[in-house]
Design a protein around this ligand. Structure first.
Ligand code: S3P
Length: 170
């Protein structure tokens, strides 16, 4: 196997699915947001608040550029593939899978969890959240679609998605 990078919008389940996939395959798992939090000793919200988004994106870039593992599952932050040519960098270091879900379903999943996600934390209504996610998807999908595989996750349980990924990556 080579590295597998999971990409896609917030709320699609990259971290949950990535951890489960790594467990099933018996390989290392890394979550880029978690790693950035561990290394900096601050939450993503604190990093955005104190140093701004540009600094956060530089941390994402450094993490991918210095990534040396050969056989890991990596869940990435939703914006990571969309700057500094990072989707190409990930493709050089492994295979990239876009987990795809529509903004309406993403909004439902994220509504109660939006507070610690700086780009959506101020959304006041479900409609506003959905609009924000739609706009992000419009800006980002051209990057996401550079993935080696696209996997639609709508109406699938995470164990089903993991099974499909195991097949896909064989
Ligand atoms: C972001 C997504 C978040 C996190 C940060 C910015 C984005 O990760 O990296 O809040 O730009 O979409 P998740 O996709 O894991 O929520």
């Amino acid at each position: 196997m080579s590295n597998v990078f999971l990409i896609g919008l917030m709320g699609v389940g990259k971290s949950t699915i990535g951890a489960e996939l790594a467990r099933v395959l018996g390989v290392n798992f890394l979550d880029t947001d978690q790693t950035i939090e561990d290394v900096s000793g601050r939450t993503i919200s604190e990093l955005f608040e104190h140093f701004g988004e540009t600094d956060f994106r530089a941390r994402e870039k450094a993490l991918i550029e210095h990534f040396k593992d050969k056989n890991s599952i990596i869940s990435t932050g939703g914006g990571l593939p969309c700057h500094d040519g990072l989707v190409e960098k990930m493709k050089e270091k492994g295979r990239v899978v876009y987990l795809k879900l529509d903004p309406e379903n993403l909004a439902k999943r994220l509504w109660v969890k939006r507070r610690n996600r700086p780009l959506i934390s101020t959304c006041q209504t479900m409609e506003e959240l959905q609009r924000k996610l739609s706009n992000l998807l419009t800006q980002r999908e051209r990057f996401y679609l550079q993935a080696d595989f696209v996997l639609e996750v709508k109406d699938k349980a995470s164990c089903e998605i993991v099974d499909e990924l195991v097949e896909l990556l064989k």
